[in-house]
Design a protein around this ligand. Structure first.
Ligand code: MF3
Ligand code: CO
Ligand code: CO
Length: 269
């Protein structure tokens, strides 16, 4: 989500009942990504992928696709589709449409589901055929950045620890971290406090407490970090047109560490 500059109201600490509902929403979100993986191939359009996700969320899961008509603030037009699909040099918030997937594309599908009043939010990358080495590399670096960011989540760690884990790894791999967008608290609200920056310094920022739920969703560019927003009001691309990759999970801070709410049992992150 777009990084804001403003005072932070208290962060919501979820009750055991609320945590159970977050688990359900998280698992449904993961099921959408697992389902759509079987449809990603050369020749299909991003609009068709969106339609398949929409029907699965509404008809099979009896849930609500949170992006559809979502308007984070009055400057944004309502988002016109049910998932975001971001290809190649698109960093995030790509709008599904007529674009046909072709051999060599990399793409992010970002799914947010509302079930029983609670949100699950997760995204992952897909490769079509054999993308160029630079694109494959940024996909791997973004994944490992997310894994390292999640790995430090435990009570007593700080938001700066998460950002530092991500930034230090990504930059050591000669990639860059997008700064204008960040992870976010999530629960009854899609985008809640706190903001989870994907860069930072160890020990700085808010201290994590059991019951917090938030996303870790680093956007990593193969080239420079700078962004450009397109006139559709949503699509964000790399200014230098270098490929970009993003992975996202919804995470709960537990008494002893963390639980990845959008991870299916037995599946990798
Ligand atoms: N799912 C995105 C995130 O991770 C937000 C998308 S907003 C939308 O925060 F309206 F484009 F769906
Ligand atoms: Co998110
Ligand atoms: Co998302």
């Amino acid at each position: 989500m777009l990084r804001r500059a403003q005072a932070r109201p208290p962060v919501h600490i979820h009750t055991p009942e609320e945590i159970e509902k977050m688990r359900v929403a998280g698992q449904l979100t993961a099921q959408v990504l697992q389902m759509i993986a079987g449809h990603v191939r050369a020749g299909i359009t991003t609009g068709e992928l969106d339609r398949i996700c929409h029907e699965y969320i509404v008809d099979t899961l009896d849930a609500v696709p949170a992006p559809l008509n979502y308007q984070p603030s009055p400057e944004y037009p309502p988002f016109p589709r049910s998932v975001c699909i971001s290809l190649n040099h698109v960093i995030c918030h790509g709008i599904p449409g007529d674009r046909v997937l072709k051999d060599g594309d990399i793409l992010n599908i970002d799914v947010t589901v509302i079930k029983d009043g609670f949100h699950g939010d997760s995204s992952r990358m897909f490769l079509v055929g054999e993308p160029p080495l630079r694109a494959r590399r940024v996909v791997e670096v973004a994944h490992e950045s997310m894994v390292r960011g999640i790995a430090v989540v435990r009570p007593g760690a700080t938001l700066g620890d998460i950002g530092h884990a991500i930034q230090s790894y990504a930059e050591a791999q000669h990639c860059s971290v997008v700064r204008e967008f960040c992870g976010h608290g999530i629960g009854r609200l899609f985008h809640d406090e706190p903001q989870i920056l994907h860069y930072g310094s160890p020990g700085e920022g808010m201290v994590l407490v059991p019951g917090m739920t938030f996303t870790v969703e680093p956007m990593i560019n193969a080239g420079k970090r700078h962004i450009k927003s397109l006139p559709d009001g949503w699509t964000v691309v790399t200014k230098d047109h270098s490929p970009s990759a993003q992975w996202e999970h919804t995470v709960l801070v537990t008494e002893t560490g963390h639980e990845v709410l959008t991870r299916l049992p037995g599946e990798p992150l």
